[in-house]
Design a protein around this ligand. Structure first.
Ligand SMILES: *[C@@H]1O[C@H](CO)[C@@H](O)[C@H](O)[C@H]1NC(C)=O
Ligand SMILES: *[C@@H]1O[C@H](CO)[C@@H](O)[C@H](O)[C@H]1NC(C)=O
Ligand SMILES: *[C@@H]1O[C@H](CO)[C@@H](O)[C@H](O)[C@H]1NC(C)=O
Length: 473
């Protein structure tokens, strides 16, 4: 009897060591090679339930949540619901202090107001590179050679196909329907035709994990599909003819072309708008782990296809606390109608009766570096900005918020997402399509994260919960 108990104990101990300890062991090995300092070291924890102490490795100023599993106070009488025997659980409702990926794509240093993609600062990219070059950098890790750029451009253009199913699905919507809902339906229609989606769901074999070639093709397909869907929605809402993409046009040029935004009387994309987007979109191409990127990756962790994940990403991007804030900000500008009404808005915000959507940002304590460039561009397109009644209201809010101590002391500046939208408005885009275009400009970055995830070890995301209800049985 005793022997059996001892055996059970040993097996239990072995199991415990293997699942919680493996990561720790690896970490200790890694630590052996690295200096103890401000970034690496260890955390000593004493569990006062058992008075046992633990050493948890700190690597890159972070600890592994799974390392906490070894901390257990398993004993008779422990609450079953709390699953004490599984070790300590880390609670982080809403990911407020949890990293869900390791990534080498984008660095944001909010304290100094600095952003870099791969190894190049956004300042340099904004000044020297266009959107196509930058998304090539994000996705493939290098700025393209002229040949690579040409090939990339052609492969994107070749996938901009307005399949009849997709066209029919979008046209089935009444024109006044929310463009967001049409974009989602259009994507689903695309998914129904996509080879990646079909392989994933019909054959049940991982079509992308560890398969860089399939991933690269799917990245291109997804970018082009979303662009085509948005252009189709734009045309349908306005009763316009859709113009097919051309192989020699740039990605942005083709988006404008498909939307019918061309130089008067020609079939070439509007130069001024193309030029504006080529630079503006560099600023938005990626913003590391945002809600929608995380939503996309969460779906992708099930190994589903990227077109389906785009649906998830877009849904999250449109929420009122995310990109949807832009729509709400615009509703407010419209409601106010003219700059004279701005003071009353400011008063009610200060009295906390109203929220100012589009102001403030979690990351930036100093200044969002992107705003500097957007301001530069607004200066360049000054006439268009000043000529627009909606923007006169927006600029007045911006002016007052920039001077009023209530806003300045709380660091409530218009965030770069909202600011950039002023350029869309200045270029003549209506609110219904702005958010779709902003999501499109971000999708390249999201797909770069997806590519990165598909090259790493598989891992289904496994969120957990703390059960707080009653136990009835
Ligand atoms: C911390 O440890 C990691 C992983 O071993 C290593 O890559 C990194 O260079 C270390 N950082 C410092 C500052 O020692
Ligand atoms: C936890 O244990 C440590 C070490 O025994 C002790 O110093 C500390 O006071 C304890 N804390 C509590 C809250 O019991
Ligand atoms: C989610 O999106 C909002 C709006 O863009 C942003 O302020 C917030 O910091 C994001 N949160 C995360 C975790 O990405």
């Amino acid at each position: 009897m005793l022997l059996i108990l001892l055996k059970i104990f040993l097996i239990w101990k072995k199991l415990l060591l293997s699942y919680a300890g493996a990561a720790t062991l690896m970490y200790h090995r890694a630590l052996g090679r690295t200096a103890i300092g401000p970034t690496n070291g260890s955390l000593t924890i004493t569990d006062n339930r058992t008075r046992r102490s633990y050493q948890i490795p700190i690597v890159r100023n972070s600890v592994r949540a799974t390392d906490f599993r070894q901390i257990t106070a398993a004993q008779r009488g422990a609450d079953v619901v709390d699953q004490v025997e599984n070790g300590l659980l880390v609670v982080d409702k809403g990911y407020l202090n949890t990293a869900c990926m390791e990534s080498s794509i984008t660095l944001i240093d909010g304290k100094r107001g600095y952003i870099q993609y791969r190894d190049t600062s956004i300042d340099e990219l904004f000044r020297q590179n266009d959107y196509e070059e930058v998304i090539h950098l994000l996705i493939f890790g290098n700025l393209p050679t002229p040949q690579e750029k040409k090939a990339f451009r052609r492969s994107l253009a070749a996938e901009m196909k307005p399949h009849q199913t997709v066209v029919d699905v979008i046209r089935a919507f009444p024109r006044e329907a929310l463009s967001y809902t049409m974009v989602l339906a259009g994507l689903s229609a695309y998914a129904s035709l996509d080879e990646g989606t079909r392989t994933t769901h019909e054959k049940g074999e991982p079509a992308f994990l560890g398969k860089p070639e399939a991933v690269d093709k799917a990245v291109v397909r997804s970018l082009s599909m979303l662009a085509t869907v948005i252009a189709l929605v734009y045309c349908h809402k306005r009763g316009r003819e859709f113009t097919p993409a051309r192989l020699d046009e740039s990605y942005i040029g083709n988006i404008l072309l498909m939307m019918g935004i061309v130089e008067p009387g020609t079939k070439t994309p509007n130069k001024k708008i193309e030029n504006c987007f080529q630079r503006l979109w560099v600023l938005y191409a990626d913003h590391e782990m945002t809600n929608s990127t995380a939503a996309f990756l969460h779906a992708a962790s099930t190994l589903t296809d990227p077109v389906s994940c785009c649906v998830t990403g877009i849904v999250s991007a449109y929420g009122p606390l995310h990109g949807g804030a832009i729509d709400l900000a615009y509703h407010e500008f419209k409601r106010l109608g003219s700059p004279e009404n701005v003071p009353s808005l400011i008063d009610s915000v200060k009295a906390k009766k109203q929220r100012l959507f589009g102001y403030g940002h979690r990351i930036y304590k100093v200044v969002d570096p992107r705003t500097k460039f957007i301001r530069e561009m607004m200066e360049e397109f000054k006439e268009d900005v000043q000529g627009n009644p909606l923007l006169r209201v927006a600029m007045e809010i911006d002016r007052v918020a920039g001077e009023d101590p209530y806003f300045t002391s709380r660091n409530l500046k218009a965030n770069a997402d909202l600011y950039g939208c002023f350029l869309y408005t200045a270029m003549g885009f209506e609110t219904d399509i702005i958010l779709a275009l902003t999501s499109l400009s971000r999708t390249a970055g999201v797909l770069a994260h997806w590519k990165e995830a598909m090259g790493q070890t598989p891992g289904l995301w496994r969120p957990q919960q703390i059960y707080t209800g009653n136990v009835t049985n």
